[in-house]
Design a protein. Sequence first.
Length: 660
Amino acid sequence: MVTVQDGRATSMRGNPDHPYTRGALCVKVNRYLEHSRAEDRILYPMRRVGPKGAGEFERISWDEALDEIATRLRAIIDEYGGEAIWPYQGTGTLGYIQGESGVAGRRLWHVLGASRHDANICSRAGSYGLTWVNGTPGGMDPENFALSRLILLWGTNTLTSGHHLWKFIQDARKAGAYVVAIDPIRTRTADQADEHLPIRPGTDGALALGLMHVVLEEGAEDRDYLEHHTLGWDEFRTEILKYPPARVAEITGLPEESIRALGRRLAHTRPTGIRATHGLQRHEGGGSALRLIACIPGVTGDWRHPGGGVAFSTTGHMPLQPDTRMDLLAEPVRRLTMTRLADHLEAEDKPVKCLWVYGANPVASTSDQNRIKRAMAREDLFTVVMEQFPTDTVDYADIVLPATMQIEHMDLHAGYGHMYLLWNEPAVAPPGECASTTETFRRLARRLGLTEPSLYDSDLELAEQLLASDHPALAGITLDRLRKEGWVRLNVPAPFQPFADGFPTPSGRLEFASARAAAMGHGRMPEYVPSRTAGSAPPAGYPLALVTPASHTFLNTTFGNNPELRRRAKGPRVLLNAADAAARGLADGQRVRVHNRHGEFAADLEISDRVRPGVAATTKGHWAKLSPGASSVNAVVEERDADMGRGPVYHDNFVQVSAL
């Protein structure tokens, strides 16, 4: 809710009537109005005048920018074909019109025959793993955690990355719920839990099997549910029996008795709600880990109870209709994978000649930072960046186009952590010459002389098209209603039990055994796949497993330039256990070098019992150019795939920490 006076936004607050947020804002968004008026806001189109990477630009007009872009795009298409253009889109503001769904720009790219962008950076591996079991990555309504009596916060720091859920967890605790945090780091959420299990990174799948083993030992499996609502139980039971608690203790580094105690709680506490979020699946066995965790409510029968099940994302329950308009593609085109940016830019066969970046900051946010910098320094690579601030990626642009922020454009939102659609009406006019993503692409289509009518649909028309579904969850939800009310809950029951009438799998059951997974090479039955740092010997000289969780003050790299939030973040830090620091002769507060064969970054050392021996931890989100040595954590993250969906491996890299 934004208050406007004389065309200027003067205050912003959460809506206290919203059932999920209850009016609370996080530390990041609390400073949003200040951020929108920051001195370094990009307000006008710019053209590069210095070497790539230097961030030297001159102001130009929109006409000049569009003319140069149109000329360069036509020349690239004529010589190399449309596939030489890569529209590199990030999640940005997460809106369905301006942001993540690809509505903005997708039609234009299809008309031009550009390469398709595979946006795999966020939740791909885990989504695959959950889909093989449940038929969808959609799970519990997070509000139902208020009804849970055992809550497992598995690889998720709720108070930093999704604090609205905490209110429902607190409601459950008042009713007697027991809360367990399973995390390699003792996070601020783990501090508030009843119990913290400091698991070895990347061994979560083994723990899931061990807990189910204890459920079987207790004779507490829900046999009726297994018989009538699952597929492949007898085969999967054999797999579970291979992982007794003693073996799982060796794998996970957890005490055997802790595994047994939690297994007994799980066996005898209904309902059990499990919250497992995106960080959990960013390692080599990430998809398999989520697949195994998704099996737990099938064994315990928790899906039959309100407050039971797994919550990963609610996106699978959002029946919006993003218009892919594949009919606008004259012929099939290649897909370029988001997390393989350096690989694709280095390829000489069918080279990328235009990189168009929007809603993303890949130089700071994507794996293998040093290779990306070298690849983006190519003089023959025409790079356009649509941005609000001079990010690390902007420094490599040939043309920069000024982008609007949330309070300045229309959008339709569907959060992946709740069951509501939200309408974002612009509160103020864009500053300077900033333009929304959709408006920018409409302008470019006109400059290119394109005649496809759908390229010029207004934002309201795009919103109407998104809502044009006969799915019962959208019954009664119109654009007019959204614009009047601001937010509307999906037309689903409360409490919402997503699989009460069966699962959206081929069998209609929860599938321990999945023919679809087998067809894609992932194995018919779920199995434990360790992360590289958990399942192989460290390379010589790099013995520490690095995990890179979210910062409390940044949203990925968004807000990474905000002076006050940077002050609160205290610069890049790396946490080491006292034993690991002593073995290296390092002191608390010392500036250190975190490095491997891919690169390095500098950070201040914090000696802490928040991490177990053998683990180094640092937060993502710092801009490289604002960090010591002009490098950040992704300089040491390898461009490598997880086990499913080509997801990234941000939490699965070996490093060394040394004195500078």
